[in-house]
Design a protein around this ligand. Sequence first.
Ligand code: HEM
Length: 233
Amino acid sequence: MWLTSSSIGRKVVMSVTGACLVLFLTFHMLMNLVYVYDVMVSTAAGDHYYDKVCEFLGTNWYALIATAGLALLVVLHFVFAFILTAQNYKARGKDRYAVSGKQPVHWAAKNMLVLGIIVILGMLLHLKDFWYNMMFAELAGAEGQYAPTAGFDWINLVFACPVIVVIYAVWFCALWYHMTHGIWSSMQTLGLNGKVWLNRWICISYVWATVIILGFCSVVVAAIINNGGFTGC
Ligand code: HEM
């Protein structure tokens, strides 16, 4: 099939899956801001809006379908990244990024695979911290430290540990770099550029990636404030 057999087809798969993952991250970040609201604004002790969001998503059929779709997107994005990188090495050896003229190549552009691997490793830790204790626990009927829908308490627990916070900080940096290049590059592949739009997309990539990462950082900071500092791992 054209999408898998030609190099432009494989780039289209990378671009579409990448764009969908950015949309997921935007939604995920906005959902997590409810936790920040609970910590900073809501005064109703013990009655957390964030838990209501987790309860609403829970293990409903739409949440399970979304999770399966998300897993497929991640696998496709990851597998095609390896195929494209191997193909680029074969074509150009160590000179991995083809450019015309003397335009400098951005650091992130040359290191997308390494950044992507750090993102995936961080995500595995993240899924163990949250998805395993929440969605998986609810499906398996397992008894954890907190209820599967007690997202507010799980966030407090995870970010009580300074080592985890440092690992998440490294993960967020890699994700930021990855998106600053990935967003505009995918738009270019999909033909949504043109002379003026290319620079606009580069600018949009930086702003969008920064907003997403700052949103996630605000959750971590709110958790540290809520915990009154680091209380242990
Ligand atoms: C402070 C930052 C973050 C917090 C507090 C957070 C919180 C959570 C929580 C509570 C869940 C479990 C939801 C449930 O199963 O009911 C979850 C799932 C997930 N998170 Fe995050 N998240 C953060 C950042 C990220 C980032 C940066 C990524 C991706 C790079 C990510 C990817 C995922 C994925 C793929 C799932 C599984 C979704 C599903 O089951 O459908 N998260 N996160």
